[in-house]
Design a protein around this ligand. Structure first.
Ligand code: ZN
Length: 303
């Protein structure tokens, strides 16, 4: 049976793009519920300027309150060396750095050019090796940019090659604003794989235009074995104020489960957590399984 690993990004990418700011205790409960459902790798906070991202102002407190388990990886998102140093001091098991394929997006989101973020990554990469901490890189806006429009696949491939020079644990391709179609994913993944042979690849999809789950399917078909998702599909898109968030974890796990692909995660526990986070946020969240409910796997796959 094929295995796909899920990185739960609701506590970071999800909550960061929600108007309601949860208490530290609620964030910790969110993570604990996801772990109880079987999730083993979670993006739990971002170490960015709290003035720009007030939802993540308690990143250190969240890390301090999380129970430590040898089989659970807490990822901290960083955009520069200062964020990396904070994430390491806070006790993250892994850090995730972001470099945008679009230079305009990189400048708007991170305040520096893509070249400067690349240089920061190479510095972080050696610091991570010295600190013996796992580090990976997400190439954001890999499928499209709100400012520059379509992004050439060659640009992403070139960036992946240069990121790989820092020997990341993994490279992720992110559809940050949710514009990709499955054919684009099917085209991009093998190109990147050919450019960085042997590198672990992860994909990160948003459901902004309802193509997220289809893109996840295309990524799995293309051989990607790690996907990001957020419980309840929480989050949003800062460039499309009414948009939905990441692909919902429970919807993704349901699909994989019914395809005979193992994630180690319990769909019913995810649904319960999706309903819980919906109550915490006080709004209807986009996830579909939390409305429709679970359904048994085809009998040919059980047993
Ligand atoms: Zn995202």
């Amino acid at each position: 049976m094929t295995q796909v690993d899920i990185v739960e990004v609701g506590p970071r990418d999800g909550l960061q793009n929600e108007p309601v700011v949860l208490s530290t205790a609620a964030k910790v409960e969110f993570v604990n519920r996801a772990v109880a459902a079987g999730v083993r790798r979670l993006e739990v906070a971002s170490f960015v300027n709290p003035k720009r991202v007030p939802q993540m102002a308690d990143a250190e407190d969240v890390l301090k309150a999380l129970p430590r388990r040898a089989d659970v990886v807490y990822v901290g998102l960083v955009l520069n060396r200062r964020g990396f140093d904070r994430a390491v001091a806070a006790g993250c098991n892994e850090i995730g750095m972001v470099v945008a394929a679009s230079d305009t997006f990189n400048q708007r989101n991170q305040g520096v050019t893509t070249e400067e973020s690349l240089a920061a990554w190479l510095d972080i990469a050696s610091a991570a090796r010295a600190a013996n901490i796992r580090a990976q890189v997400t190439i954001s806006t890999a499928f499209g940019c709100p400012f520059e429009g379509a992004i050439a696949a060659e640009r992403v491939v070139d960036l992946a090659r240069r990121v790989a020079a820092g020997q990341p644990h993994e490279i992720a391709l992110a559809d940050t604003i949710g514009v990709a179609a499955p054919t684009q994913v099917r085209d991009m993944v093998p190109r990147v794989r050919a450019a960085v042979p042997g590198m672990a690849l992860r994909c990160h999809f948003h459901n902004t235009r309802n193509t997220g789950i289809a893109n996840a399917y295309a990524a799995v078909e293309a051989g990607v074995r790690v996907l990001d998702a957020s419980i309840g599909g929480i989050g949003g898109c800062p460039f499309a104020p009414a948009a939905t968030g990441n692909i919902p974890t429970e919807d993704l796990v349901y699909m994989l489960d019914h395809m005979g692909i193992d994630t180690g995660i319990d769909v019913d526990a995810l649904i319960t957590t999706g309903r819980w986070i919906e109550a915490q946020l006080g709004r209807t969240v986009p996830g579909m399984l939390i409305k429709a409910g679970n359904f048994p796997r085809p009998t040919s796959l059980t047993g």
